[in-house]
Every structure is written in C-alpha cells, then in structure tokens.
Design a protein around this ligand. Structure first.
Ligand code: DLL
Length: 442
C-alpha cells in the first residue's frame, strides 16, 4: 500500500493539525507564563536570568526565546533532587529518573497536570502508530524510575486500550503473553524488538500467522533505517520511532506517524530549537545542530532552553498525515560523550569514577560497545598496575569482580570487565579515545 494512502489516526486533531500561526500564538502565551513561573519559583533560574540581564517582561513570545539562558543536565545534578521544582513539593505526585553522571539518577518531579499532559502526548504517539481502544498494547520498556514503561502505560490507558505492563526482560514470557493475549502493539527499544523478532523466528513462530502484532513504538536509543526494515520484516509490523527524555516529560515528546518520515513534536507542550552547539546561536529549519527544548505547560519542573546534546534537523514541511506539528529527523549523534547502551544513558566518566577508586588498576581504560544478537554489550578493558600484574589469579579475579559489581551499581548495566597487562592500552597524544563503538549506527 502507498504510504500516503494509509488511514491516519489522529488523537487530538484540533491541536495536532493547528495552523502554524495559531500554534505560534499559543506557544507564545504559554512561554510567557512559564518564564514568569520559573522566575518567581526557582531561585537558580532567577539568578541566571538576572545575571544575563533578562527580566520575565522581556520575553513576550517565541521570538524572544533566544534571550533566555540555557539549562544543562549538570543543573539537574547540582540542584538534585528538588531545587528545580517550580511547584510546592506537596503538588508533586510522581518522580521519574534516568542514570546521571555520578551514580545518582537525574530526577524529575511531576504534578498531576504534568502526568496528564505526558499521558496525552503518549496517547497521540500510540494513536499515530494506529492504536485505538481495541488494541492490546504490550509495554516492554522498563516500568520503574525509567520513563519508558510508565509513559507507554499511561498513553495506552488514556486511549482505553488493553495494556499488558510486562516491563523489560524475560523474552520467553514476553512471547508467550504476546501470543496468548493477542498483542497488537509493542512498545520497547528497537534493539529489543529485533531480539524479540529473531527469537520468535527461531522458535518457529510465524508472526504473520501466529501473532496479531501490527505496529510498534520504538525509541530510547539511536537506531537506523536498516534496523527499521529488519524489525518490520521480522515481526511483520510498522515500526515507528519515538523520542523523549526524562527532563522533558519522557517518551512522546516527538513521535512518528505511519508516513515514517520524521517525528512530529508535541509543539503545544514544548518549543524545539536547533542551535549551533559551539556558539549557542539558533539555526534555521533544515540545518543539523543540537536540539534544545523549552517546556511550556509543565508546572512541576519546567525546563527553559534545555540542551539535549542530541543532534538532528527540524522541518515544518507539510506531512501527508495531515498533522502540522513540525518534525525532527533521526538523532544522528551527540555533542557530548554520552552513550546509550541497552536504553541506559552511560557516561564514560561514571566508569572512570569506579576505576580510579579500585585497587590494583591504573586509570587507563577503553570501553568497547558492540551489538551481539541484537543486544548491546559493554566491555570495560582496564590496565592492571605492575604490582597487580604479578599477583595471584584469585586476587586478580576478586578485583575484577569488585569492579564489575561497582559498575553495575553506578551505571545500572552489566558489563564484561577485562583486566589487561600494564601499558597495553594505546596512549593518545591528543584527546584520549576511551570508547570504541562497533554498533555502526550512523
Ligand atoms: O529514553 C525516554 C524514552 C523512553 C524515549 C522510551 C523513547 C522511548 P532518557 O532515559 O532520559 O529518556 O534518555 C534520553 O535517550 O537524550 C537521546 O539521547 C536518547 N533517545 C531517546 N529516544 C531516542 C530515539 C528516554 N528515538 C536520551 N532515537 C535522549 C535516538 C533517543 N535516541
């Protein structure tokens, strides 16, 4: 079937198909209110605006956004856990989080209204992939502090679909439930979708005959058009990309419709900008740069000009689906060293912090990331000290085990730690190369 002949379902057409002029007006009004709220309630941001010589009255609409100072992930760490709240703590009904750079998670607080907004963003997301109340939605993103599971659950619940809150892991059980309950829509990371697809095929299950799957909303990590094709073939479905981050609600900030031509941004709730990461200057649609978000309806922890460090392009070209919401292209890279491994944000500095505290190893290390059987793997190679090198095998094994456990507890994912001989990791003359990413995602 020709893509453009598809039936496009739209959850909230009044907003998703709004005229660009009306949207601009709506965004401007909401931005003015958010800036005022942030200035009055968040001392850190007030100080930052004062330092930049900007008063809330100077921000009269979207075109004045460029005068506001940026926010960064480090702000969430420095003002952890509650100092960025713009509402009283008693109004906060939920905390979600993701791994941070120090072992402490980055946390975000939601008011009841924030949860409502996020649920609507996810309802739009699932509807764009074809979901209705007749669907059976299997949530295979982790249900916990991570926003993936709860986001998908809330969106499916809002539509009135039947939700199976599986959370991640236990592939055989996932497949059994998928078969027995007749799952039609799958929500998980693209790498896990591939793994599920491969396992299903290995088990001799023919998705087109034995399963009822028709679509999936896959995100939380970078993926490619090749991976999309593979997932679609393996599972016999439409695979849609979805984007989001903990700091800005979670999944559903942007979502693909069945045209599969970039992700529509929920622009009545967030304003997206693309900037030159080196200068901070705004770039026009079509130019690649760093994605920056401003939330304009969140009251718990609003974010003004939050630098995502994700690189992509934006377009406001008309989409065949009828939505007028601008679209973002695939994330093609990051401006910092954050890796996304099995959907978890990992900074090499987190691993370094473990290694410098461990006995018997030198802080010379290399992280090797790969994808084996559709699942990301992380190997940490670290040099032993000369003393350690001559030590007993059992002592060396104890140290290796200790480092492995520490990495698991700080970063949140399992890794393979390999202790290598002194001076065997190549030294570099310039900026140290600490990561070899063999996943070939770009
Ligand atoms: O990963 C939220 C999410 C859950 C999105 C489920 C989609 C589906 P965090 O753990 O805070 O939140 O990680 C956010 O993950 O800045 C990107 O670098 C990366 N990321 C998220 N979605 C995509 C995607 C969730 N579709 C960080 N493509 C972001 C590429 C993605 N990267």
């Amino acid at each position: 079937m020709e893509m453009s002949q598809r039936e496009h379902r739209i959850y909230n057409p009044a907003v998703e198909c709004i005229s660009r002029d009306e949207l601009h007006q709506l965004q401007s009004e909401r931005l003015v209110a958010t800036v005022k709220r942030e200035y009055e309630n968040v001392p850190m941001y007030r100080a930052r605006m004062d330092a930049a010589g900007v008063k809330p009255e100077d921000i009269r609409g979207v075109d004045d956004l460029k005068y506001l100072p940026f926010m960064e992930k480090t702000d969430l760490r420095d003002y952890y856990p509650f100092d960025l709240l713009a509402s009283p703590k008693s109004e906060i009904v939920r905390i979600q989080g993701s791994s941070g750079t120090t072992g402490k998670p980055i946390v975000s607080g939601y008011t009841r209204n924030d949860i409502e907004i996020w649920s609507e963003m996810m309802a739009r997301t699932l509807t764009a992939a074809g979901a209705t109340k007749d669907d059976v939605v299997q949530v295979t993103y982790g249900l916990g502090l991570f926003t993936g599971g709860f986001g998908a659950y809330q969106g499916a619940d809002k539509i009135g679909a039947m939700v199976i809150p599986m959370s991640s892991g236990n592939t055989n059980r996932q497949i059994m439930m998928m078969k027995d309950l007749g799952t039609t829509l799958l929500c998980c990371t693209p790498s896990y979708a591939t793994y599920l697809g491969e396992t299903i095929r290995e088990m001799g299950i023919d998705p087109n005959k034995d399963l009822k799957l028709k679509a999936g909303c896959f995100g939380a990590e970078p993926w490619t058009e090749e991976m999309r094709k593979r997932i679609e073939e393996l599972l016999g479905i439409d695979a849609c990309d979805i984007y989001g981050l903990t700091e800005i609600s979670g999944p559903g900030v942007a979502f693909e419709c069945l045209e599969k031509h970039g992700m529509h941004i929920n622009e009545d709730h967030v304003i997206a900008e693309i900037i030159n990461p080196a200068t901070g200057e705004q770039l026009p649609y079509g130019k690649p740069g760093e994605l920056v978000f401003t939330t304009i309806t969140k009251t718990g922890m609003p974010m003004l000009r939050y630098r995502t460090h994700d690189i992509c392009t934006l377009t406001d070209e008309k989409c065949e689906c009828g939505r007028t919401l601008a679209r973002m292209g695939r994330i093609t890279g990051r401006t910092d060293d954050m890796l996304v491994i099995r959907g978890v944000n990992v900074f090499p500095s987190q691993i370094e912090s473990v290694l410098v505290r461990a006995d018997g190893v030198a802080p010379h290390y290399m992280l090797i990331v790969d994808r084996v059987n559709s699942s990301d793997t992380l190997e940490v190679q670290v040099e032993m000290t000369e003393d350690m090198f001559g030590d007993t095998v059992s002592h060396i094994e104890n140290i290796r085990k200790y480092i492995t456990d520490q990495i698991k507890s700080v970063v949140g994912i399992a890794s393979k730690v390999t202790l290598v001989a002194p001076k065997s990791i190549p030294r570099s003359e310039g900026k140290a190369k600490r990561v070899i990413d063999n996943r070939n995602l770009h």
